[in-house]
Design a protein around this ligand. Structure first.
Ligand SMILES: [Zn+2]
Ligand SMILES: [Zn+2]
Length: 175
């Protein structure tokens, strides 16, 4: 998504608000992401900081994810927020290493009055994907012996019917 900031140039404090629904190509970048189930919804504002432009807002998107326990796909709505300053490409070249510490996060640049938020928005969604994607809190996962999904059926293998979190307790009860 590209925002033209021509009208904000030289007006410190001036801002533009934006809201958009964008379709994205099939997700790449995370093995748990299977596909997109909704457009990426974004809303926020971009303001002139004097030296550059600061974009902040939130994103929302529903993705089909793969459960790391039972390996089934499920849909989850993800949300995230972002805030990043963009500097003119020409100016960013002159910034020394020490100055970079002034910026929260990475230093981004733009050229030709056009600030491209695409990478920032996508990174924000990727960051909102949980490390461990789980289809539901009580997902039973797969039987380690036969591989059946224990959410749907019980198998005849032994040793897996006890929740690992309760295993210690079960041991105590046996004694
Ligand atoms: Zn699951
Ligand atoms: Zn089994």
């Amino acid at each position: 998504m590209i925002i033209n900031i021509g009208s904000l140039k030289g007006k410190k404090g001036a801002f533009l608000q934006f809201a958009n629904d964008m379709s994205w190509q099939v997700a790449q970048g995370s093995p748990q992401i299977m596909e997109e189930c909704s457009p990426l919804h974004v809303e926020g504002r971009i303001s002139c900081t004097g030296r550059g432009f600061y974009a902040a807002g939130s994103v929302r998107m529903t993705l089909k994810l793969r459960c790391t326990r039972c390996l089934q796909n499920y849909e989850q709505e993800l949300t995230g927020s972002f805030g990043e300053e963009f500097l003119p490409e020409s100016q960013a070249m002159e910034i020394s290493e020490e100055d970079v510490d002034d910026f929260c996060g990475d230093l981004s640049t733009f050229a030709n009055d056009e600030v491209d938020l695409s990478q920032l928005l996508w990174d924000t969604i990727l960051l909102s994907v949980p490390m461990k994607t789980i289809c539901r809190p009580d997902c039973q996962g797969l039987c380690p012996s036969c591989g059946r999904s224990l959410n749907h059926e019980q198998c005849t293998c032994t040793g897996h019917t006890i929740d690992p979190r309760l295993a210690d307790l079960a041991d105590l009860l046996k004694e």
